[in-house]
Structures are given as C-alpha cells and as structure tokens.
Unconditional design. Structure first.
Length: 751
C-alpha cells in the first residue's frame, strides 16, 4: 500500500502535483519560521552566556576554579561602564600578580601597564574618532583585539586595560579573583551586575515567546495539510466502495501527507539556512547576534524533522475519520455533533491558575515562576483553541436567527453546521491577537511604572537633555553617603576651555541636609544660569538650594525655580561636591567633556547626559520590548498565511456546492459575501474574546509577579489590531477572483 500511495501521490496528474507542491510550500514556510524561532531562542541564550565573564567578582556569581584545582595567581579586577554617543562601553581594568593569573576569554595574553585590548567595534571607533573625544580615556596602546568568545554581540564595545597591581589595590571597588566567572546573567541570582538580561525575567519571557510562536506555526502547518481535504475524502470513499479497507486508506493518506510534509521540511531547512544571515543583524534583544548564534541543536533538528511529518500524518488521519465509517464512505457522512459549552472550561482553568497566584503570591525561584506562569499562559492559549468552535457556533446561531439576508443566513447556517472549520481558518489570528495583547499590556505597564510607581510625566529628551553632561561623586560608605571634598580649579578650567562647552555648574552638598534624609544640593546662581536644564534661581539670589530631584531625575527641572540658599557663593568653596553638570552645544563637546572627566575620575560614577540617564533604567524593558515585537511581527504574518490557506482550501472543497448555487440563480456577489462572512463573523467574535483574555492574563501576571496594575496601551497597539483586521479582510477579498474561476458550470458535474 505504501507503493500505491507513492504512485497516487507522485503520478496523480497535474492537479495532484499542484496540491502536493502547495502543501510542501506551506509546510516549508511554517518549518522555516519554526526553525527561526528555535534558533532565535538559542541565540539569546548564547549571547547572554557571553556576558558571564564580565560579571567576574560579583558576590553571587561563582567562578569556575582552574583546571586541576591548582590555585592561580590572583588577578586584580575592576569593571566599570563608560558611554560614547549613547552606547555603553564595558571597561575592565586588570593587573596580574603572577604568571598564572586567570585569562579572560578572547585573549591570548593579559595587557600590561600602558596597554589595552579592545573589541573590533571599539577599535574601529578609536581609529576614526578624535582622541580628545574617546581615545584619551584609555591610557597606553592597543596590543590585541578581543576574540568573539568575549563579545556578546558583533557591535559590543569592550576594552580590557592593563594596570599595575599597586594601582588597583588602592581602589575600593577593585577585587582580587582567581578565576573568570562562567555563570550567565540568566542563571545568576542575588547580587549580580547589571549586564545581560536579568535572571528574574529571561527564562519566563523566552518560554512564553517560544509557546507564543509555536502555536501559530503548528496551526499553519496543520491548516496546510488539509488542502483539498474534501476532494481527497471523495476519492478515498470511492476506493472504500471498491473494497479498500480502512487500514489501507489510512496508509495511503499517511503516505500522501508525509511526502508533502517531508518535502516541506527539507525546503524549510533550506529556507532557514538562506534567511539566517539576514536574521542575525536584527537586534531582538537590543544587540545583533553573530550568525553562528542562530544555531540549532540536535533536539531542535529532531523535533522538527521527525515531529512535523508525524504531526502531518496524524492530522491527515483525523481529517479522514469520516471516510472510514463504512464502505459507503462520504455518502454516509452526517453533520458532526455541535461543540458543547464545556469547551470554555480549559480557558477558565488557565485564567484561574493565573488568578490564584494573585492571592497566593509569586513563586520565589525563577524555575518556579516559569512553571507557574508558563503553564497558565499555555493553558489559556489552549483554552482559546478549545473554546473557539463553541464561541463560533454561538455567534453563527445568533447571526442566523436575527437576519433576513440570504448571504448572512447561508453563512450562519454553514458555520453552525461546521463551526470547527470556521474557527480553524481564523485560529492563528486569534492566538496572534492574544499574544499581542499580553505582550503590549505587560511592556506598557512596566514602562509606565518605571520600576517604582505609575509615572505621570516623562522628562523630555530634547537637545538640552542630550547635551548636558552630569557626573556624580557621592559614594555609599558604611558611615553613609560621602561626597567629594572639592573639584580642582584646573579641572574646571579645562572643562570650560573645551570648544562647545557653554557652562559648568558645581553642585555642592547642603550642610543642613546631613542626617535629615537625602542630601540636597547648593549651586551658584551664576553657574546655574549657564546650565539652564537644571533649573534657575529666584531673582536677585546668589545661590540656590536644589532639591533631590536634581540627582534623582534631572530632566524635569528646566522650569523649576529653586529657593534661595542662606549661603554666599564664596561659602560654597568650603562645601563638599556631590555632582557636576557640564552644558554643551553638541555631541562632540559632550564626548570631549566626558573624556576629561573620565581621565580625572576614572573609577567614579560614569558621566552621562540627562537623556542617557533617563533611558538607562529602561534598557532591560527595551530588550523585552524587542522580544515582544518579534512575537507580534512574526505571529501576525503566520496568522495571515493560515487564513489565506484556509480560505483557499475551503473554496476548493466547496466548489461543487457553490457551482450548484450559481446554477440555481445565486449571484456571484452573494457568494462572495457568504465567503467573507464565514471568515469575518468568527473573526470579529473571537477578536473581542482574545483581546479581552489577553489583557486579563497580562493584568493577572502583573498583579501577581510585579504588584502592578495593568495600564492602558498606547495608540500603537490599536493601530496594530486595526492593521491586523484590515489585512485579514484583504486576504479574504484576495480570494474572490478564485471564486469566479472554480464555480463555473463544469464544477457542478459529479466526479
């Protein structure tokens, strides 16, 4: 029977060949998307793992001991962060204490005093940027380029600077290490450096991303394998009438579907290989990948290469279950039992699980959170698929009862007769809208809260914020916050002499705020006038008291009039300094001033512009937003492809009934309305349900995990939904020309 199945599949004429090619192409597209999803997840983890060595010295990031257990010579280690035109530069100062000091990845030897090794991207910047803007921050000369094993991304800006051991020994932030850390940020917990993607979210986010993309892809593949299902049912029914057994029919069906699936899987792997170089530069996590990061492991390959053909064969077997009832085959088909209301129970169970954690609290460990929330999200998605046919049935019956128009009546009756097929066409889009609503709801709320509470005002990021540089000198000591004793007059003069610097403001510590909460600042009004972004003085004042907002959120003070201070400008010279502000007229002046400050205070807080400081806290949220965008931009096209394949398959399967309707006098326009309504009616009903369910799931997750209330999405979300619905209607309308061609009088003849 296998040989017969192959012969019928490969030599069944032009129509069979076209059907086989169409199924193979559809499966290839689905497989390519599935492989890209799996490779993307592997790339995120591979990229995150290469951040591990930068976390050397973190209290909660243990390092792997040297091979053989031999103690290495300690290595002085100091990690700091720099900026250049808004891009972060990771800087590691090292000093070896012996010949066996540990070696960071990507290096053949440690740089010595007066030497440094830089990443390729940073080395290119050093060659093309004036030294006063960047190169002068790093003493010495470059002796090597960091290899890929040390770079999270091809665009990473990283430098390892060699120092003397006695230099780093005198810096409180420096530490001695005997091994390089190997624990990635996604596995670190407790006191971890703010690099990579935080452990509290990476596993959960990636798990949900995987599920969110797997569901639409699998639905798309399943939809493609059902092309011309009715025509195949009739052919197999004829074979049953001449004596074929149900087992033989099942074998032939499995062979036919497997041939198309195997060809589609092979094509999908080839398409993925072609697309991989184009996918690598896309910054899914905020940084591009190396091409090798988008790799597939053996379980991924086995899952797709074996699982897709098996799933296709099972889908074909289930699609033909009516044919094997009796030797009369299709002629004995009856209307399937309508779906029952119990189908909403899995959906309610998924939402109930998410709601339970609002009351019980979030699990403490990351694996526990993954298990808890992922199972709830998956159960909710499965619940939408399960409840979809029943909701379609309810909507179809209501439409049929409340209309007198023939197109609506026919569409409603057909949907009520087979709601599973009606929902199957739009199931991918339903899941895409659910995933979009969950992703947008969570990201919008996280950004709205900003880590503390709902923000009603976001400071503008205009030229003043982008061109005003801030440097903090407060350090946290066991005895409390400690400021800088003074800023050398020579340093202030060097800053003011930089072309493009418009003013320098020294913010001293208000002595009256010691021991009374946060330290307030005091500044000279003459200096403050030159950096207007920080606020201004009242008329006639010599000095002003600046509130804590200056060092906490400096971007919103341009219109603030600070109260006059009970100090003269001469008194300020005797006060400690908590921060310094440099006003400039452009990016070049910003980088020159930053270079001067970095050379003067290389191990203090990094000088940043106000705009950079405001955006720094959103870096992790931006990475999550990138992942959410990938889900949205990938799931919607997959859903559209599933809808197109379903509509075309439905038209092919109903060509004879539609031809009979045309012969009976039904106008072609009415048939078009029937086709449109059969897809649009369940689409509109399930759109409301999926969006509402998505926001409810997002709200429950936010309440349980972050103790935050769901915030309304911005206008972009509504545009995405509207664009998705309009695109779906356009897909349906694009099949109308096919309706004319397949409903001619010749299609009404009995086969």
């Amino acid at each position: 029977m296998i040989r017969l199945g192959l012969r019928l599949t490969l030599r069944g004429g032009r129509q069979a060949a076209a059907r086989l090619a169409l199924i193979a192409v559809a499966v290839a597209l689905g497989v390519a998307m599935l492989l890209a999803t799996l490779a993307g997840i592997n790339a995120v983890n591979a990229q995150n793992a290469r951040y591990a060595w930068l976390a050397t010295g973190a209290a909660s990031n243990p390092a792997t001991p040297p091979a053989g257990g031999a103690a290495a010579d300690p290595l002085w280690w100091l990690l700091s962060v720099d900026q250049f035109h808004g891009e972060q530069i990771g800087r590691v100062d090292v000093a070896a204490t012996g010949a066996h000091s540990p070696l960071p990845p990507g290096l053949a030897q440690l740089p010595g005093p007066g030497q440094f090794s830089a990443s390729p991207a940073l080395a290119a910047l050093l060659r093309t940027t004036p030294a006063a803007e960047l190169g002068a921050r790093f003493p010495g000369r470059q002796i090597a380029t960091l290899g890929p094993s040390a770079l999270p991304s091809p665009d990473s800006l990283i430098i390892i600077v060699g120092r003397r051991a006695d230099q780093l020994a005198g810096i409180p932030q420096a530490t001695q290490v005997t091994a390089i850390a190997t624990t990635p940020p996604s596995s670190c917990s407790g006191q971890c450096f703010d690099i990579g993607i935080n452990a509290n979210g990476i596993d959960l986010v990636l798990s949900v991303v995987t599920a969110a993309l797997l569901f639409p892809v699998l639905i798309f593949i399943g939809t493609a394998t059902r092309l011309s299902a009715a025509r195949r049912e009739q052919r197999f029914a004829a074979m049953r009438l001449i004596g074929a057994t149900p087992r033989q029919i099942s074998v032939i069906s499995a062979v036919e579907s497997s041939v198309a699936a195997i060809g589609g899987v092979a094509g999908g792997f080839g398409l993925f290989c072609l697309l991989r170089p184009a996918l690598a530069p896309i910054p899914f996590t905020g940084a591009p990948f190396f091409a090798d990061d988008l790799s597939l492991n053996l379980p991924d390959v086995a899952l797709v290469a074996i699982g897709v053909p098996i799933a296709t064969a099972v889908a074909a077997r289930l699609a033909l279950r009516r044919v094997t009832i009796s030797p009369l085959g299709v002629t004995r088909q009856v209307t399937a039992r309508p779906p029952r209301a119990w189908r909403v129970l899995p959906l309610l169970a998924g939402l109930g699980e998410l709601a339970w954690f609002v009351h019980a609290g979030s699990p403490a460990s990351t694996p526990g959170q993954v298990q808890a929330y992922l199972s709830g999200i998956l159960l909710t998605m499965a619940g939408l698929i399960t409840a979809g046919p029943w909701l379609t049935l309810v909507g179809a019956r209501l439409a049929a009862r409340r209309t007198h128009r023939p197109a609506v009546l026919i569409a409603g009756r057909r949907l009520a007769d087979n709601p599973q097929a009606g929902f199957r066409a739009i199931s991918g889009l339903v899941l895409a809208l659910f995933v979009t609503s969950v992703a947008v709801g969570i990201i919008t709320t996280i950004n709205a809260y900003g880590g503390s509470g709902p923000r009603t005002h976001v400071s503008p990021r205009g030229p003043a914020e982008r061109h005003t540089l801030l440097d903090w000198f407060l350090t946290d000591t066991p005895s409390g916050l400690q400021d800088l004793a003074s800023v050398p007059t020579s340093l202030l003069g060097e800053l003011r002499s930089i072309p493009g610097v418009t003013g320098v403001t020294v913010i001293h510590t208000d002595p009256g705020s010691y021991g009374h909460g946060p330290l307030r600042g005091v500044a000279s009004c003459a200096e403050l006038h030159a950096t207007a972004t920080l606020g201004r003085c009242p008329a006639g004042a010599d000095t002003a008291t600046l509130g804590t907002g200056v060092d906490a959120s400096p971007g919103g003070n341009a219109a603030t009039v600070w109260p006059a201070a009970a100090l003269s400008s001469d008194d300020l010279h005797h006060l400690g300094v908590q921060s310094l502000a440099v006003g400039t007229n452009g990016p070049a002046a910003v980088e020159r001033a930053r270079t001067v400050l970095q050379r003067a205070y290389p191990y203090a807080y990094q000088p940043v512009t106000i705009a950079e400081d405001l955006e720094r806290g959103l870096r992790l949220n931006t990475a999550y937003q990138q992942l959410a965008s990938v889900v949205i931009l990938t799931s919607l096209p997959i859903a559209g492809a599933s809808l197109a394949v379903s509509v075309v398959a439905g038209l092919n399967d109903r060509r004879r009934p539609f031809s009979l309707l045309r012969l009976a006098g039904a106008p072609l326009g009415m048939l078009r309305r029937v086709v449109a309504l059969e897809s649009a009616l369940p689409l509109l009903v399930l759109t409301v349900v999926s969006i509402g369910t998505g926001f409810l799931a997002a709200g429950l997750f936010l309440r349980a995990q972050l103790h935050q209330s769901l915030q309304p999405p911005a206008g972009e979300y509504y545009l995405i939904v509207l664009a998705g619905l309009l695109a779906s209607l356009a897909v349906i309308a694009s099949t109308f020309p096919l309706l004319r061609r397949i409903t001619g009088p010749e299609a009404a003849r009995s086969d």
